[in-house]
Ligand binder design. Structure first.
Ligand code: FES
Length: 274
């Protein structure tokens, strides 16, 4: 055992959490009368400093989203599987002591992700959840402003995230079975689709698929013209995308969808065709 003083006891407030830091491990000290509880000082939810929290009855409450930890044990009453490590502590003289060996053992088994030397590193969100995917981006802007993107700010193409696009799994082929008998093998099956049958100019596709929007610039002229020609052979159309538009591509397909740049993303279905 290697005792180390983490606070002057007479200066530790009663019923108010205070922080201490030993060899890059954050601790929270909670003094209740003559008793002290020394717990790991980072919330198990998103790593907030529990010294910034508050006491409520027998619980230490995280200041960010309200996770609770029993002061005497570190165990969350709400979810017992969540428990802050409690360190052995004692008062001697006017000091509050912990066992440095215990803290070091904790550090070895719980490497700390916080880069204390960097800007905001002390308060870094080490978890990053899908629910809050922009925390890292916000921190980047807070730390570096527009110095890494240029004065115009971040620029990216408009578009629909790939995971939001329909996939072949979304295509359901309802086969005839009993109520309507299937056709014989030598009978033709139509796959044509009419979009806007009541429109002044309905769009007929031979198949219920078309080549989606990816503009010239994102794709080479050769690729765009080849895709337009392939779509034409397949009896379907191709969409311009919101960027550059090639006359050759348009000439290669009789069902050319034009995507208006200002409406891309929000109203892709408004694509016009000729
Ligand atoms: S970081 Fe503590 S409750 Fe969210």
């Amino acid at each position: 055992m290697e005792p180390i003083s983490i606070a002057t006891w007479s200066e530790v407030p009663v019923d108010a959490p205070v922080g201490a830091s030993i060899e890059d491990i954050d601790l929270v000290i909670v003094r209740r009368g003559v008793q002290a509880s020394v717990l790991y000082g980072r919330c198990l939810h998103r790593g907030a400093l529990l010294a910034d929290g508050r006491l409520s009855g027998d619980n230490l409450i995280c200041g960010l989203h309200g996770w609770d930890y029993r002061v005497d044990t570190g165990v969350s009453a709400y979810d017992n599987s969540q428990a802050l490590t409690k360190f052995t502590s004692w008062v001697e003289g006017d000091s509050l002591w912990v066992d440095l060996d215990e803290v070091r053992a904790f550090r070895a088994s719980h490497p700390q992700p916080f880069d204390r030397q960097s800007y905001q590193g002390y308060w870094g969100d080490s978890h990053m959840t899908p629910e809050e995917p922009f925390v890292g981006y916000i921190r980047e802007l807070a730390a570096h402003g527009l110095s890494r993107t240029g004065h115009h700010g971040p620029v990216s193409a408009m578009g629909v995230p790939r995971q939001q696009l329909p996939s072949f799994d979304d295509v359901q082929i309802v086969t005839a079975q009993l109520a309507r008998p299937p056709r014989l093998d030598d009978e033709g099956v139509g796959t044509e689709v009419c979009i806007g049958p009541n429109a002044a100019k309905p769009l007929w596709l031979d198949i219920p698929l078309f080549v989606s929007d990816m503009s010239f610039g994102a794709l080479s002229p050769e690729a765009k013209v080849a895709l337009a020609g392939g779509a034409q052979l397949a009896g379907t159309g191709i969409c311009s995308g919101e960027g550059g538009r090639l006359p050759e591509e348009q000439a290669a397909n009789s069902r050319y969808f034009y995507e208006h740049p200002h409406e891309a993303g929000s109203a892709r279905s408004r694509a016009a065709y000729r």
